[in-house]
Design a protein around this ligand. Structure first.
Ligand code: GLP
Length: 241
């Protein structure tokens, strides 16, 4: 594991963007899984700036979302798909056939999950999974106790996760009871993993990873021993370590 402590804000986003840039320099057609949440917003802004300046070519890569709310259409602005389009995908003219976003409102949700796995497999698997971290250690929507060998599947969301996510929507959006998520098996199979961790609320979850003991109660510890794991963490979390 390669761990980088940074200041929060620009430095945090810049470090993460540098990892994406170095992957794309090596593998311009990389398959990349993208997270939602507040943590990667600065990264996406930085990638847009780099792309506009011609310092990075995002258009050759293939993009997948890590997770989505069940029952929410990609066109709904509360969806993770819409989030990714707003923050990055529609802003840098990625070709439509390089984007595969889960359809939370698919009539056959199991078929949708299987189609996501097949689309990733068609690209030869993920070159990079970019992850945020839940305060309970979740990665994507893999909550504590999740299996570590799964592909994309439906999961019930914990009350804590639903409340944390509702906080982003002052319009009273009712967070669905279930999510659709790439499983830990698929995430672990990514050739590189970039875990972004920001804010004091994540201290315990990051601590579980840094302790280095795989524990299904902390899904992030499934990444222990990954051959190419980079953790970019803000200094706030360094205290006491
Ligand atoms: C959500 C997402 C995760 C994300 C996490 C942390 O539940 N499903 O993929 O990493 O929240 O979000 P934030 O970065 O806003 O703390």
């Amino acid at each position: 594991m390669h761990l980088e402590w940074t200041d929060s804000g620009d430095a945090f986003a810049d470090r993460a963007a540098a990892h994406v840039a170095s992957l794309l320099a090596e593998t311009p057609d990389a398959a990349i899984a993208l997270p939602t949440g507040s943590t990667p917003i600065g990264l996406y802004a930085r990638l847009r700036t780099l792309a506009e300046a011609g310092d990075i070519a995002l258009v050759g890569a293939h993009y997948f979302n890590l997770d989505e709310y069940v029952g929410i259409a990609p066109t709904d602005r509360h969806s993770f798909a819409a989030f990714l389009r707003r923050h990055i995908l529609d802003e840098v003219d990625i070709p439509a056939d390089h984007i595969r976003l889960l359809r939370g409102d698919a009539p056959d949700i199991a078929a949708e999950a299987a189609a996501h796995d097949a689309a990733v497999a068609a690209q030869g698997g993920l070159d990079l999974a970019i992850l945020g971290l839940g305060s309970n250690g979740h990665i994507a929507f893999n909550e504590p106790g999740a299996a570590w060998d799964a592909g994309t599947h439906v999961v019930p969301l914990t009350e804590a996760t639903r409340m944390a996510n509702a906080a982003y929507f002052p319009d009273g959006f009712h967070v669905p009871s279930h999510g659709l998520t790439m499983g830990i098996g698929m995430i672990r199979a990514a050739r590189r993993v970039l875990l972004m961790v920001s804010g004091a609320a994540k201290a315990e979850a990051l601590g579980a990873l840094l302790d280095g003991k795989p524990d299904p109660g902390w899904p992030v510890t499934a990444l222990v021993g990954h051959p190419h794991l980079t953790v970019v963490a803000d200094q706030v979390l360094r205290a006491g370590r």
